[in-house]
Design a protein around this ligand. Structure first.
Ligand code: GLU
Length: 293
């Protein structure tokens, strides 16, 4: 009875959409998943489309980019960009499995195929490209420093050179590496955690004097607690964000690059920003030039 009713409903829905039961486009190049998209046979795109499922690594602790809140689903700019990619694969939002990908594990979860892609404030750099590949960039951030609102002693990375101030960052991140050249003694001054929310808590609790990472991550924490925190100084690096994929999967990387370029052009990239990190006062700017290496 249930099955019959479901079949009738499906038929009605198909009629309403103007679909026919006997499609004539099921050629070799056509994905047979539950969507009208078709992809090259044997491609990652075809595999994901046919599975009608994708696993995506993102951050769970970064307001504006990837933050898992009460909804149980991560929210933010990276999450929206990943949803656009999934949608172009013909995969609906509710078929995305989100996996937390802290800075240190991002290459690992791509290489060991725990995830299909990573969208996680992920700076494109040559060292990471030895193990994985990047589509993008789709945004350019820059490293900055967050301090307590009433702090006047730290005004930029050079403020750590006298050896007295402690700065927190995250293991496996580019800012954790970069700040080493500014501190006098790495061992006593650089405190590393696996996620940025632990650094924020350490700053709040007075165990460290500053947190360093990308400006937009820090702006997310500041937006959540303007009474407590502020940025100290200007950005001092460039952090182009890419989508991490398998190193040898050029076809999939090209596909993601095409999706990003289309999102730049059709306004969905801007909309994703306006709905998320854009509410914290950072500028999106003009679309970056995709690096099809
Ligand atoms: N964008 C930098 C990186 O990829 C810092 C942010 C992060 O750790 O996610 O390392």
């Amino acid at each position: 009875m249930r099955t019959k009713r479901a079949a009738v409903l499906t038929a009605v829905a198909a009629l309403a959409l103007g679909l026919t039961a006997c499609g004539d486009d099921a050629g070799e190049e056509t994905g047979s998943g539950g969507s009208d998209k078709s992809f090259a046979a044997g491609s990652t795109m075809e595999r994901l489309n046919e599975a009608q499922a994708i696993t995506i690594g993102t951050k769970f602790d970064q307001p504006g980019f990837g933050l898992k809140g009460l909804s149980g689903q991560p929210e933010g700019f990276d999450v929206e960009i990943a949803k656009i990619i999934a949608s172009e694969l013909g995969i609906p939002e509710d078929k995305i499995e989100w996996v937390e990908a802290p800075s240190k594990v991002r290459e690992d979860v791509i290489v060991n195929e725990t995830v299909d892609l990573v969208a996680a404030t992920y700076t494109i750099n040559p060292k990471r490209k030895e193990r994985i590949a990047f589509a993008g960039p789709y945004y350019e951030a820059g490293q900055n420093i967050m301090v307590k609102k009433d702090d006047t002693s730290i005004t930029g990375p050079d403020s750590f050179s006298d050896g007295t101030k402690k700065v927190c960052s995250v293991t496996g991140s580019t800012p954790a590496e970069e700040i080493k050249q500014y501190v006098k003694d790495v061992g006593s001054q650089l405190v590393l955690f696996d996620t940025y929310d632990k650094c924020r808590d350490a700053l709040q609790g007075g165990q460290v004097d500053a947190v360093t990472t990308d400006n937009v991550i820090l702006l997310g924490y500041i937006a959540k607690d303007e009474e407590s925190f502020k940025l100290a100084g200007e950005n001092f690096t460039k952090e182009p964000y890419g989508i991490g994929v398998q190193k040898d999967d050029t076809e999939f990387r090209d596909f993601v690059n095409d999706v990003l370029e289309a999102a730049f052009a059709d306004g969905s990239w801007q909309q994703a920003w306006d709905d998320t990190a854009g509410t914290f006062g950072a500028e999106l700017g003009t679309p970056p030039t995709i690096d099809r290496y």
